[in-house]
Ligand binder design. Structure first.
Ligand code: ATR
Length: 277
């Protein structure tokens, strides 16, 4: 039986945790496959992808800075990837054509559901901090799951306005300066900014007006317990750490390339913590 080849393309790519994650599942499910980090400079993207097709790859994940550039290189794209405006998972079909999708919205929502079960209690209002690629995916996920209001707050307001324009209702853009007040009545707070990450400034926010029943989700996973999460936990909010989104977003690609649906369970999360964080 031939070995199924997949990988992650990026520049740089050595920081990616995806090879460890897919390597764990390949071993666990005893699949004859490989998943390698593949460094590709932006000006070589198209030619290197043709090489991967010629080498018989089943597909690949896409990380920075290629997620948007991939949009013009695929032959077919999923609705969710075109709404988000970025591709993070590609399948190479037997005829050599490319199908691109984005599993970040799915990964976020699956992790949220796995963490809390019934989400109906939290669906009146969400507050999303940040307006990068992750915020776009999370807003789309909240929209699809029927959140009634999504308050989107970013230092650079134009970027939030752009997301609101692209994705539509129920996204409401609010000034970064009034983020503390915007927490009033929220059922969910999500940090998608890089604030709080190792080596970056902490996220400066007062949770005083956030209901104690609200969920607090930080997509930053280095460190796993950010200052935001510590603060939230201390006052009694349910907290959700960021590594789970990474694990859940990987399911879609693994399933497409290797034909088995992997389970991102707590044991894997614990293993990832010991391996990579
Ligand atoms: P990704 O695509 O992974 O979401 P990104 O595009 O680099 O990452 O986005 C990082 C987010 O962190 C942005 O929303 C950024 O705000 P700006 O759009 O104003 O740059 C936010 N961010 C980074 N440093 C910040 C800071 N010091 N204060 C407030 N927001 C910050």
């Amino acid at each position: 039986m031939s070995i199924i080849k997949a990988g992650v393309i990026g520049y740089p790519v050595s920081h990616s945790l995806s090879p460890k994650l897919h390597g764990y599942w390949l071993k666990h499910y005893q699949i004859a496959g490989t998943y390698e980090p593949i460094e590709i400079a932006p000006d070589e993207l198209q030619s290197r992808i043709h090489q991967l097709i010629a080498q018989g790859y089943a597909g690949f994940n896409v990380t920075l800075p290629h997620k948007e550039a991939m949009l013009s290189l695929v032959d077919d794209i999923s609705d969710i990837a075109s709404r988000i405006g970025a591709i993070n998972t590609v399948k190479i079909l037997p005829d050599g054509t490319l199908y691109g999708t984005n599993s970040d919205a799915y990964g976020f929502m699956q992790h949220l559901k796995q963490s809390v079960g019934d989400l109906s209690l939290y669906k009146d209002k969400a507050v999303v901090l940040g307006a990068g690629g992750a915020a776009r995916a999370i807003c789309a996920a909240l929209q699809d799951e029927g959140w009634k209001q999504i308050f989107l707050i970013n230092r650079t307001k134009d970027k939030a306005e752009q997301i609101a324009q692209d994705l539509g209702a129920p996204i409401i853009v609010v000034d970064w300066a009034v983020r503390d007040e915007a927490l009033q009545g929220a059922g969910l707070l999500v940090n998608t900014t890089s604030l709080g990450m190792q080596g970056k400034e902490p996220l400066s926010i007062s949770l005083q007006q956030l209901p104690l029943s609200a969920l607090v989700y930080d997509i930053v996973y280095r460190p796993l317990m950010t200052e935001l999460l510590k603060q939230a936990q201390l006052r009694g909010n349910t907290i959700i750490t960021g590594l789970g989104m990474l694990l859940h977003q990987a399911v879609m690609g693994f399933e497409m390339w290797f034909g088995t649906t992997p389970t991102p369970d707590k044991a894997l999360e614990q293993w990832m913590i010991t391996q990579a964080l």
